[in-house]
Write a protein that binds this ligand. Structure first.
Ligand code: FBP
Length: 315
């Protein structure tokens, strides 16, 4: 077996950059450990709740953020942290070359029902400032805490998947992920249909029409409600994920965050041969104007994303 450490040593990237991946892997392994026993230790609830012993509970989002913060603080290569949990970017003690942007615990509404959640992260050159487009990413990844803990990483050209073993070591399980061009699975929160724009309506209506419509094939809809889980399924077997701009999210620019949700996921999907779009441009080309900026996100199998782009071209 190839461990994450072996794999990183074989990559033609700067050793400091590889160490940032190691740091995020170590933080993810620790978060996985905490999540596994959260129902037993009583750390399942929302902030402000008390556990069965009557002790105040910290939300797992906050615990996960603290874990990432402490691991990052130990790596001299990282000087800046942007986190969904923190209003401002944090200047670390270290003067390192790298910036990490992260959603430490994505999909946390699924925690209480023991459904997959994850940690998403993006790595940038800290000297280039906080507001860089996704094309500037030096690496990205996520951990999916499901039946197994998966870690999926890219430095750009390829995306590789690792699985956490019983000893706490990540083992390489897929060397080069490949998102099939064609797929018959789509993921969107259909409860928002009344809010959708014409392009989203048109695309989904064609899928619902199945073999009787212009798509000429039957589709299935899957929506976990954890972006990590939905994107992981797409990286493993194809499909498309949509969180488009709708009449409710348009005032904020979208639902998902650009720096630590849209960008890292778009880089991973593109590294595996898929595509991404906001409806107007590649997610990776959006130039951010604030660190917690939101963005419409459509990504996955190239043919499906192209169909959505065609709908946006038409409407
Ligand atoms: P947060 O940015 O608030 O963490 O929400 C992200 C997320 O949970 C994604 O993981 C998921 O795809 C989406 O929100 C689910 O949204 P909805 O509640 O509309 O189904």
């Amino acid at each position: 077996m190839t461990t994450l450490t072996d794999w990183l040593a074989a990559q033609t990237v700067d050793a400091g950059l590889a160490s940032v991946m190691q740091t995020m892997a170590a933080a993810s392994a620790e978060i996985a450990r905490v999540l596994r026993s959260a129902a037993i230790t009583g750390e399942t609830g929302l902030a402000g709740h008390t556990n069965v012993q009557g002790e105040a509970q910290k939300a797992l989002d906050v615990i996960s953020n603290d874990i990432v913060l402490s691991h990052i603080g130990e790596n001299p290569e990282i000087s800046i942290l942007i986190s969904e949990e923190l209003d401002e970017a944090v200047q670390m003690q270290n003067q390192g070359r790298y910036l990490v942007a992260t959603d430490p615990l994505d999909g946390s509404s699924n925690l209480d029902v023991n459904v997959t959640v994850g940690t998403i992260f993006s790595i940038l050159d800290a000297s280039k400032g906080l507001l860089q487009p996704g094309t500037a990413q030096l690496g990205a990844g996520y951990a999916a805490y499901g039946p197994a803990t998966s870690l999926v990483l890219t430095f750009g050209p390829r995306a590789a998947a690792f699985t956490l073993d019983d000893t706490g070591t990540f083992q390489l399980t897929t060397a080069a992920l490949s998102v099939p061009r064609a797929s018959a699975e789509y993921a969107i929160n259909t409860a928002r249909e009344r809010l959708w724009d014409a392009a989203t309506r048109g695309y989904v209506a064609e899928n619902v029409a199945g073999e009787t419509g212009p798509a000429g094939k039957r589709y299935n809809m899957r929506w976990v409600g954890s972006m990590v889980a939905d994107v992981h399924r797409i990286l493993m077997r194809g499909g498309i994920f949509l969180y488009p701009l709708d009449s409710e999210t348009s005032a904020k620019g979208g639902r998902l965050r650009l720096l630590y949700e849209g960008n890292p996921m778009a880089l991973l999907v593109q590294a595996a041969g898929g595509r991404s779009t906001t409806g107007q441009q590649s997610v990776l080309d959006v130039v951010p104007t604030s660190i917690h900026q939101r963005v419409p996100v459509v990504l996955g199998s190239a043919d499906e994303v192209a169909r959505v782009e065609a709908w946006y071209g038409r409407t």
